[in-house]
Write a protein that binds this ligand. Structure first.
Ligand SMILES: Nc1nc2c(ncn2[C@@H]2O[C@H](COP(=O)(O)OP(=O)(O)OP(=O)(O)O)[C@@H](O)[C@H]2O)c(=O)[nH]1
Ligand SMILES: [Mg+2]
Length: 281
């Protein structure tokens, strides 16, 4: 669905990430808490290979807290450290440096055992577009953080940010592509705004979202738009009528209704809703 990612772009993105990975001890895999499965890069395991990984679920202010808790447990069961944050409001962000330090400890100790000079644990943020990478880096860096100067030979022109517990964070995130080959994942990504508007049909995505909500959370649409749970009329037409989005001749404007539904969903006006159910549910 996301035509920004041509095979050439994907190869280049992967190469860039792998270059930067050489510089760090721990990878922070940033995911959208509403889409912990669909917002993962399909090659993430291959790309990060032997590096310890900290999964950070972002935008938890928009996700179902009970499902976020179950997702955290699941990632832990897969042997990954996992934290939930809301980078927009700075919630949970303080736990990140300590978690990175814990995950890096074995590598740092191995370096010391090999007689190498001790150095701070280093990490980088990796994630698909729009998942909140810049916001997390800014929230982590905060005011107290110092952006360290370039250190030739070590940083190759990259900027590092010093965090709590001596942890260093690469100032530039790694960007990888989402799971756009899978149609349901693509719909979910589009519904949350992870895919650029030009690339999909808002009406198609809104119809998909309305259908999904009717199935999984049957009371959400009727409550928000004061409409019948099983009315025969298509959802977008009902929303158009309820919100007074009318076109020529007073006909429901389903195109504007689609935009309205997607906007309200993304802003959390329909409630805190997780689109990817935790495994085993
Ligand atoms: N509600 C909410 N919105 C968030 C959160 N984190 C980021 N956002 C919003 O998500 C959008 C994308 O955030 P960015 O930090 O720019 O994401 P990014 O991953 O750097 O995006 P690219 O640079 O395009 O790859 C912005 O509109 C942010 O305001 C969060 O925790 N909660
Ligand atoms: Mg960014």
């Amino acid at each position: 669905m996301d035509i920004q990612w041509y095979p050439g772009h994907m190869a280049r993105a992967k190469r860039l990430v792998q270059e930067n990975l050489k510089l760090v001890d721990v990878v922070i895999e940033l995911l959208d808490a509403r889409l912990p499965a669909s917002s993962r890069n399909p090659l993430i395991d291959e790309v990060t290979r032997h590096k310890p990984r900290l999964v950070v679920l972002n935008k938890t202010d928009l996700a179902d807290p009970a499902e976020t808790a179950r997702w955290l447990l699941w990632f832990n069961q897969q042997g990954m450290g996992a934290l939930a944050v809301d980078a927009a409001h700075g919630r949970g962000v303080r736990e990140v440096p300590a978690a990175v330090q814990r995950l890096a400890a074995a590598r740092i100790a191995a370096l010391a055992a090999a007689g190498r000079r001790p150095r701070p644990p280093r990490c980088m943020v990796l994630g698909i577009p729009n998942v909140g990478k810049s916001m997390l880096i800014n929230a982590l860096a905060g005011r107290a953080a110092t952006r360290t100067a370039n250190r030739p030979g070590v940083t190759r022109g990259q900027q590092w940010v010093r965090l709590a517990r001596g942890v260093e964070l690469l100032d530039t995130p790694g960007v990888l592509w989402p799971k756009f080959g899978d149609q349901e994942a693509a719909m979910k990504l589009a519904a949350t705004g992870a895919i650029r508007e030009e690339v999909y049909q808002p009406e198609e995505v809104a119809v998909w979202l309305a259908g999904w909500l009717r199935q999984r959370h049957p009371r959400v649409l009727p409550e928000r738009y004061a409409m019948a749970e099983n009315a025969g009329e298509p959802v977008l037409e009902q929303i158009a009528v309820k919100r007074g989005l009318l076109g020529p001749g007073g006909r429901p404007d389903v195109s504007r209704a689609a935009g309205h539904l997607l906007k309200e969903f993304r802003e959390g006006k329909l409630g805190r809703i997780t689109l990817d159910p935790p495994p085993g549910n």
